[in-house]
Design a protein around this ligand. Structure first.
Ligand SMILES: [Fe+2]
Ligand SMILES: [Fe+2]
Length: 277
């Protein structure tokens, strides 16, 4: 393809949309040691639509947090800033997304749920962060959809016709894949490494650094949710599981079965879940 054209496409996806003012404000506040969680929670709560979406996500059964959380400040105390920031990001990003891409939203939500289940089963302390990483792992696809909608459709077609994975088609048509775009997004929005690494390396989990374990969890969740056939990440066939990732987690067949069994209990509510209030 014409290198000039490719370059302009990459420039286009690099124009990461700005996050709602709430987030930059939160990020600034968090660096100030004087800031209290009430003040932080107050900032989010002022955007009522956003606050409602964040609370809806947190209180969904698949998030796995027991008990109802009724305020953003309470959520901040219980779950920490990274998780809430990830939730705000997710709610905003999926808002930007055309409703036509329901399959991708379901895929993301399903992957998040599975990531959370896997993380809890493996005794991961910050399982909520793993959930959020699962929710955001394919954010690069959303970016392509938002900045280059025609190319997004072309990618879907190419991957179906040539039976290649979506990211190969992305390379071909846009010049970068959604994992690379995730890296730019994470940098631009100052997402913590703990959430960024699993997003960027979910296809090759052992390429991750300090957070290889969490990355392997999101990888496993991403493949399993496609195997179950819930939602659509755009691939026609299920991509292979990375064996090293499975051994890193000690995830054998029995483990996968247990995980999928737990997922099954959530599938109905998952398909019915929407961020709309
Ligand atoms: Fe992906
Ligand atoms: Fe995915």
């Amino acid at each position: 393809m014409d290198p000039q054209l490719l370059k302009s496409k990459i420039e286009a996806v690099k124009q990461i949309p700005t996050l709602p003012g709430v987030l930059s404000k939160m990020t600034a506040m968090i660096h100030d040691p004087e800031t209290s969680t009430e003040q932080l929670g107050g900032v989010i709560s002022r955007d009522q639509v956003l606050a409602a979406k964040v609370l809806k996500l947190i209180n969904s059964s698949f998030y796995g947090f027991p008990g109802r959380i009724s305020s953003v400040s309470h959520a901040l105390v219980l779950l920490g800033f990274n998780v809430i920031k990830g939730m705000v990001v997710s709610a905003s990003v999926f808002d930007m997304m055309n409703r036509a891409v329901v399959g991708l939203w379901e895929h993301s939500l399903g992957c998040a749920t599975l990531s959370g289940i896997i993380a809890r089963k493996l005794g991961e302390k910050e399982s909520e962060e793993v959930f959020v990483a699962g929710l955001l792992h394919d954010i690069g696809k959303v970016m392509i959809k938002v900045s280059l909608p025609d190319d997004y459709d072309r990618i879907q077609r190419m991957s179906a016709v040539q039976e290649i994975v979506v990211r190969e088609a992305e390379q071909e048509i846009v010049g970068v894949d959604h994992a690379r775009i995730a890296q730019w997004v994470a940098a631009q929005w100052h997402l913590p490494e703990a959430i960024a690494e699993p997003m960027v390396y979910h296809h090759e989990p052992l390429g991750a650094g300090a957070y290889a374990r969490r990355t392997a969890m999101v990888h496993l969740a991403d493949v399993l949710i496609q195997a179950v056939g819930f939602g659509s990440g755009g691939n026609v066939s299920v991509p292979p599981l990375d064996e090293d990732a499975c051994s890193l987690l000690n995830a054998d067949e029995g483990f996968m079965e247990a995980v999928l069994l737990e997922l099954e209990e959530n599938l109905d509510s998952l398909s019915a879940f929407s961020l709309e209030a």
